[in-house]
Design a protein. Structure first.
Length: 437
């Protein structure tokens, strides 16, 4: 299931970005005492009391006279449209302003759960707090983002409004199609649905503007999730930011069992293609790199090897990838994609017995001695698989600080040689433990 989405809305300079950074645990948003600094949505994952969610920071809603005001307002409106819960951030030092009333009226019409936060009450000043009841948004929660006061109560209220988790039944393996615009995602979905099979239903997906189509093929049920193309635009600040489609696609990736990362074979693999693949990798999802439009490529006996080498270079952070070269237009090898989806999902779901895993680790240690530092040598005590989807291994060592990333990568390569984990990322947790424990 997709993580609930929490959008922080409010006028400029009320502390939205400070709150965002506090909850997400790192400085992602720029914090500066100047109205209008956050000019685009910024998002990150967060967790409270075991409940995971995605938080969106937004630009301030008010007519500041800046030439990008319209864009800020649009960004906030999109965040409201996406959100499951809205945090309306206000400034307790300024008190209730007319612009707060205007924003509150817009939020009431959105018909989404709204939690009202009154920020900058650093010394428990409550003189202005009761004025905020006038907004008609329920109880105002006094907080201080700078001093980290009252945030627990606010978060408790936020998670109360998360949608109930509903078990999805008879939808089978869910497959999300992601990629840049015009790489052929929808064409691939349509081609798969165009073969002889029984259409079950078209269901509006959890992800806004995505349609989940469920069908049966060879007695197995599948759900295909088509997503909008993920593009980048030149940002107002230096650098670039992803548009609205990124967050939609991220939600689709989160709830999918398998992800098809669609590239256009007739074009050079771009930085954005690699970035999208990185999102799937970071989410820990099994995937297939679908090289579409293969019919447009002039080929000789070396072409396939050259493309595989190019992919290996571009996707060097996910050397486990599986690629398939298809043509949505002609239908060549498109049906093979469903078999590949089943294969990579089975790899992601695999569990390795602890005894067998430790035999592999022991062989690896005998072949290449663990590193040492300052006279102390790393010792691998034992390993176990903690979970699947993605396969996650816990390696117990004498001192986790002695585990160099290169040796951890070596152990991963040994595990991959022993077991077929192609198409899925692996996760490792290194835990220190005294040898006599």
């Amino acid at each position: 299931m997709a993580k609930p989405i929490v959008a922080i809305i409010g006028r400029s300079n009320v502390g939205k970005s400070t709150f965002f950074n506090r909850i997400c645990g790192k400085r992602i948003s720029i914090v500066k005492d100047t109205p209008g600094v956050t000019r685009d949505r910024i998002y990150a994952d967060a967790e409270w009391c075991g409940k995971q969610f995605t938080m969106i920071d937004t630009g301030g809603i008010e007519d500041s006279g800046l030439d990008f005001y319209t864009e800020i307002k649009r960004q906030a409106e999109i965040a409201v449209d996406l959100a499951d819960v809205i945090v309306f951030m206000t400034d307790g030092k300024d008190g209730l302003l007319s612009s707060d009333r205007e924003v509150a009226a817009a939020l009431r019409s959105a018909k989404k759960p709204v939690v009202l936060a009154v920020n900058k009450l650093d010394n428990n000043e409550t003189d202005n707090l009761y004025d905020f009841y006038e907004l008609g948004l329920g109880e105002p929660y006094p907080i201080s983002c700078e001093q980290a006061l009252g945030l627990g109560d606010l978060l408790d209220e936020i998670v109360k409004h998360f949608p109930a988790v509903e078990e999805e039944t008879e939808r089978g393996l869910s497959i999300a199609f992601v990629g840049k615009p015009n790489v052929g995602k929808s064409s691939l979905v349509n081609k798969l649905l165009g073969f002889e099979r029984v259409i079950v239903s078209d269901v509006a997906g959890t992800t806004r503007d995505a349609i989940d189509t469920t069908f049966v093929y060879k007695g197995a049920s599948y759900t295909l999730i088509d997503t909008a193309g993920m593009r980048r635009k030149r940002g107002i600040e230096d650098g670039s930011v992803e548009r609205y489609g990124v967050l939609r696609a991220m939600a689709a990736i989160s709830r999918a069992d398998v992800v098809f990362i669609v590239f256009d074979s007739s074009e050079e693999i771009s930085e954005q293609d690699v970035r999208i693949a990185g999102m799937v990798h970071d989410e820990g999802k099994p995937s297939v790199v679908v090289m579409n439009k293969w019919d447009k490529v002039d080929k000789d006996s070396r072409t396939l090897d050259e493309y595989n080498k190019m992919l290996a270079e571009k996707l060097n952070f996910m050397g486990y990838f599986k690629a398939e070269y298809v043509s949505a237009l002609g239908g060549k090898r498109v049906e093979k994609l469903l078999d590949l989806a089943e294969t990579v999902y089975s790899h992601a779901s695999a569990r390795i017995p602890t005894g067998v895993l430790n035999d592999v680790i022991s062989d690896a240690v005998r072949t290449t001695e663990p590193p040492s530092h300052s006279g102390r040598r790393l010792k691998i005590l034992y390993a176990t698989q903690a979970s699947a989807n993605p396969p996650t291994f816990v390696i117990f060592v004498n001192d986790e600080e002695l585990m160099h990333f290169s040796y951890r990568r070596y152990l991963e390569n040994c595990i991959r040689r022993a077991f077929d984990f192609s198409g899925t990322p692996l996760r490792f947790k290194i835990q220190g433990r005294k040898e006599n424990e």
